[in-house]
Design a protein around this ligand. Structure first.
Ligand SMILES: CC(C)(COP(=O)(O)OP(=O)(O)OC[C@H]1O[C@@H](n2cnc3c(N)ncnc32)[C@H](O)[C@@H]1OP(=O)(O)O)[C@@H](O)C(=O)NCCC(=O)NCCS
Length: 304
């Protein structure tokens, strides 16, 4: 960041460390560090963390210390956390083919980092979509309409249960299944462990249902201002759901939302509501399309 003339992010290490612990717990074999020096004087030169959720492999983080860059460490770390048959050496592939097994390879890069974009691009994990950071408060709340009549927001407890049990509401197991099905329809894969992690980290969620009980989507926000994920089966609910989440879980300060370029409804609604663009865009990269980003807002860039 310094090299690019950008301010350093605030030195708050707790959230990334908690995320690293979560990913170490769910994907220990895809969490690797590069160690330099002799056993007595060893030091870390870099690390790579990836996660596998159903058919989607996602590179969460890859960092090499500036003084150790350009020596092949990044590439070596990446090859260690890739799915075993996704490397560039598949015998039955023509040069230039993108890996097609075992599913999708994806990540999110900084638009301003040519090295990482080139490193992933060689594997077919090509930068395809900008994702921008919108930060602010609801200074023009009327830009975010109320939920349409008949759409019921049902709070999710930190454990993933519905807060108010009623005969029409699904039980815990059913609810997890409902969220799974929304995720598969919108994000392309289910990821219960990540939902549990986000709830434990203070994100509060709602399931949105139609009057007849059919699920319409879900959304999370937090008092700390970390917004998302939001997954909607019906994209016309984007602005009302963002408005509901912002009002129901009022952030203590400014809220931060990552908006994929495809989600024009969220972009327009948040800009009109008073949010401002922050920094330069990140880029979603993938080998094959996997998510309906026009109906999704990620939790962050290291964990969708
Ligand atoms: C991205 C990063 C992890 C790469 O680690 P590294 O150890 O420097 O990378 P390597 O030396 O293994 O490989 C870099 C490759 O990129 C290539 N490369 C560099 N700049 C390039 C460019 N502009 N266009 C095309 N290729 C380029 C190099 O030639 C090299 O490939 P080669 O060995 O086949 O020649 C490291 O630069 C880093 O930590 N960057 C800052 C954080 C970051 O951007 N992380 C990625 C998350 S978005």
């Amino acid at each position: 960041m310094t090299r690019l003339g950008h301010p350093l992010p605030p030195p708050v290490l707790e959230p990334p460390i908690r995320l690293a612990e979560h990913l170490l717990a769910t994907d220990p074999e895809r969490f690797r560090v590069a160690v330099m020096g002799s056993p007595k004087r060893e030091r870390l030169a870099g690390f790579a963390i990836a996660l596998q959720r159903e058919h989607v492999w996602f590179l969460s983080q890859l960092y090499v210390l500036p003084s150790d860059q350009g020596q092949g460490i990044g590439q070596a770390l990446l090859s260690l956390v890739l799915p075993s048959d996704a490397g560039p050496g598949d015998a039955d592939r023509d040069p230039g083919d993108i890996p097609h097994k075992p599913g999708v390879l994806a990540t999110c890069t900084d638009a301003a980092q040519p090295v990482s974009n080139a490193l992933y691009g060689k594997l077919g994990i090509v930068a395809r979509m900008p994702v921008v950071n919108l930060i602010g408060r609801l200074s023009s709340p009327q830009a975010l309409p109320q939920l349409p009549k008949g759409v019921e927001p049902v709070p999710l407890e930190p454990t993933g249960q519905l807060a108010h049990r009623n005969p029409a509401a699904p039980g815990k197991a059913d609810l997890a299944g409902v969220v799974d099905s929304i995720d598969r329809a919108v994000l392309g894969y289910a990821h219960r462990a990540d939902h549990d992690f986000l709830r434990i980290q203070g994100r509060s969620g709602f399931l949105y249902r139609a009057a007849a009980g059919d699920p319409l989507g879900y959304g999370y926000s937090s008092r700390a201002g970390r917004f998302g994920p939001v997954a909607l089966l019906d994209e016309t609910l984007t602005a009302p759901v963002i408005g509901h989440l912002m009002r129901a879980i009022e952030p203590r300060g400014a809220a931060s939302v990552w908006v994929p370029g495809a989600n024009d409804r969220a972009m327009v609604a948040l800009l009109r509501a008073g949010f401002r663009l922050e920094g330069f865009p990140a880029m979603f990269c993938w080998t094959r399309p996997f998510a309906a980003f026009e109906r999704y807002l990620p939790a962050g860039l290291a964990l969708l």
